[in-house]
Design a protein. Structure first.
Length: 712
DNA sequence: GCAAGGTC
């Protein structure tokens, strides 16, 4: 009389086993673990999946359009995910032919489907007849026990909407991607890897819109009038930005040579609450801001810290720290480290964390477990400490900021300035990444006359909208409901891989823009959030039994067929344009022999990149590229060809190996570092070229090439 | 080769 509990992941299987059967034994199967409990009359196996174990694949890979799909074990389709096989094997050998099954995966659409596929494809169809569903919203002992004692029926509406989500994403994404690639292949006989999808395409579209807004933007000159007083006080004219030059003259005329009368001095106390505890997006944004880490890197570091047991589950959207995580125990553990102890000792009791608004049914906000790491890599340590300090600061209580707002009257014109200083540090004491304001308040009294040293009109230009970076794009995607907390960083890196975007401050390449322009013409829906919205509605209807998954999929198939038809009918034009845009982004310089474009090319034979002339085969100029080489924007002083950087440590050389080694190892000095006074040099990183301090890593000052140009 | 979603 056996009973099997199927869990979504190893971690939840441990929690479920311990909650239901404290005496259950942890057992090993190959490289994976499961739990076994031998009761008086029955034996229970608690066994995990690792997220999805099955994925969709076309039944017949030679179909032109993929509509006929089937579920296949992920390790068979994706060789990088062979570890999943261990979990499938474990379930296959331990969890078949039981009398009773519990489906105990997360209670959401994906979780329901994960468990359903395990039962259907590994345990066997008949297992589904013997299955009950555990429904819990948190992985706490109470919830788990309740869910086990009062199981419900498996909700097939949920299962079907999960299946439909996978099918719709596949048939839209894969078929449209293939059709784009086919149009390039058939019109130019070249292969470029292209893709479109429900999430990646709208994300790219956001970036293209911004790119167009920046291009369209015309800077306008404006003036700001400032009064310079004693003690370095600079007051701004109340009019703010002035766009008319004669207005500037007028204001200057009224104020020049006059003293200032203090019209109003207001001192306020502002309360500043601690920053919200981290969810994944919050952690990614802060690690980007403080350390310059890419969201993808932060995510993988957080995953490692979690697997080592140092922090809680990172793929959460929650900003809540429920009592049940055990504040005192965690803080006690952290206190073993003197640097954390110093912060913790200053906390006031009773402990009550400040929380953010966002919630997650399955997990609390990211927090340390209290187990102190022994050895960590450099960035792992930074991210870990960031999480620890953020957690401690949630208990730090509010900070009070004293703010002084002063109004001055100079010949009838109003000028303002403000000062801030921290009156009570509160949580700022615990969070070392926070800047603590401490400005001096001048002793001004209302009605007092103050001398004015100078009135100036400062000329400025309006600025174009800012470019997105990875962290701000993730936030924007979050706001628009594109992707999930665990997939956003990966989706952005697909956009980089496809060469749709480049740079740390994201620029869209000609190819990226062309993809969006093309899809806007033939499949507007996939470029906007429209498709996601439609999916959400249809899936909800399936869940409620108001429609069937087959109907929804059938409708989607018809839609896709008509989109693909349109693309096929125009494939000559689409393919040529896409390829041209692709090449435009690959131009690295001018051919010294024939004046054509030098392009980055890829040789399928040697599986390596090289630089060749666009007039091939008439012009046969080629330059080799060392493995991992990057082509820089800087040009060789001797011959004008671009420089490349390659090797480890990175060194620079001319693209033409015969040109000479004059540039090798030489750093181009472009100025002085404003932070440490050392030389500023051109460097290159994985996002391209930038300006960095020669004193790296001691001094970590960096700037973009544009910034330096702008400031001279 | 192509998507997006789960997780070690």
């Amino acid at each position: 009389m056996d009973e099997v509990i199927i869990c979504e992941k190893p971690r939840s299987s441990e929690k479920i086993a311990k909650a239901l059967f404290p005496k259950a034994k942890k057992k090993k199967y190959k490289k994976t673990y499961y739990w076994e409990y031998q009761g008086e009359d029955k034996r229970t196996i608690i066994i995990p999946a690792v997220g999805h174990l099955y994925t969709l694949k076309p039944k017949n890979p030679s179909d032109e359009l993929f509509f006929d799909l089937e579920w296949a074990p992920i390790p068979e389709v994706d060789k990088k995910k062979r570890y999943i096989k261990n979990y499938i094997d474990a379930i296959d050998s331990l969890a078949k032919n039981a009398d009773k099954y519990f489906h105990a995966c997360d209670y959401d659409i994906e979780g329901t489907l994960i468990g359903y596929n395990v039962l259907k494809h590994i345990c066997g169809e008949e297992a589904l007849q013997k299955t009950l569903r555990m429904k819990f919203s948190t992985l706490t002992k109470n919830d788990i026990i309740k869910a086990y004692e009062n199981p419900i029926e498996l909700d097939y509406g949920q299962v079907d909407s999960g299946i439909a989500r996978h099918v719709l994403d596949f048939i839209f994404g894969v078929n449209i991607s293939r059709s784009l690639m086919r149009s390039v292949k058939e019109s130019t006989n070249r292969f470029i890897k292209l893709s479109a999808g429900r999430v990646q395409t709208p994300a790219l579209s956001i970036l293209v819109d911004r790119e167009k807004a920046i291009r369209k933007f015309k800077p306008e000159p404006y003036w700001v009038i400032k009064a310079i007083l004693e003690d370095g006080i600079i007051a701004l004219n109340q009019r703010g930005r002035i766009f008319q030059e004669n207005e500037v003259e007028g204001v200057l005329g009224t104020c020049k040579g006059k003293d200032a009368i203090v019209e109003e001095v207001k001192i306020n106390m502002i309360t500043r609450m601690p920053p919200a505890p981290f969810n994944l997006g919050g952690l990614q944004a802060e690690a980007y801001k403080v350390f310059g880490l890419s969201p993808k890197r932060t995510q993988s570091i957080a995953q490692n810290l979690y697997l080592e047991g140092y922090i809680s589950y990172p793929r959460t959207s929650s900003q809540k720290l429920p009592k049940t995580i055990g504040y005192e125990k965690i803080l006690k553990g952290l206190s073993e480290d003197p640097r954390f102890h110093e912060k913790i000792a200053k906390l006031e009791r009773p402990l009550k964390p400040y929380e953010g608004e966002k919630e997650d049914e399955a997990h609390p906000a990211i927090h340390p477990t209290g187990l102190l790491p022994e050895k960590l890599g450099k960035y792992e340590r930074k991210v870990y400490e960031l999480i620890v300090y953020r957690f401690i600061s949630a208990f730090g209580g509010k900070a009070l900021i004293e703010s002084m707002n002063t109004k001055l009257n100079i010949g009838g014109e109003i000028f303002k300035f403000s000062r801030k200083r921290v009156a009570k540090k509160g949580w700022m004491e615990q969070y070392p990444y926070q800047k603590i304001e401490d400005e001096k308040f001048p002793e001004f009294e209302e009605g007092e006359k103050v001398p004015v040293k100078e009135i100036i009109a400062e000329e400025n230009e309006t600025k174009p909208p800012a470019r997105y970076n990875e962290a701000s794009l993730i936030k924007e995607m979050e706001k628009r409901g594109l992707g999930t907390k665990s997939t956003r960083a990966d989706i952005i890196s697909i956009l980089y891989d496809r060469k749709y975007i480049e740079g740390k401050k994201i620029r869209v390449t000609p190819l990226g823009e062309n993809i969006i322009d093309t899809l806007k013409r033939y499949c507007e829906k996939i470029t906007s959030e429209e498709l996601t919205r439609q999916f959400e509605e249809e899936l909800k209807k399936i869940m409620k039994g108001k429609t069937s998954k087959d109907k929804v999929i059938k409708k989607a198939e018809e839609e896709i067929i008509s989109i693909i038809e349109e693309i096929e009918n125009n494939k000559e034009e689409i393919g040529k344009h896409l390829y041209k845009a692709y090449q435009k982004g690959r131009i690295v310089g001018e051919c010294p022999e024939c004046g054509g474009n030098l392009l980055i090319r890829y040789s399928g034979k040697t599986k390596s990149s090289f630089v060749g002339c666009s007039s091939f085969p008439e012009c046969r100029i080629v330059y080799p590229l060392p493995k991992g080489a990057r082509i820089l924007k800087s040009k060789c002083e001797k011959c004008g060809l671009p420089l490349i950087s390659y090797g480890r440590p990175r060194q620079r050389a001319c693209l033409d190996p015969k040109c000479g080694k004059g540039e090798k190892g030489k750093m181009e000095v472009v100025g002085k570092c404003p932070e440490c006074g050392n030389d500023l040099v051109k460097r290159s990183g994985r996002y391209g070229e930038f300006i960095g301090c020669k004193g790296f890593p001691k001094c970590r000052f960096t700037a973009s090439l544009e910034e330096v140009k702008g400031k001279g």
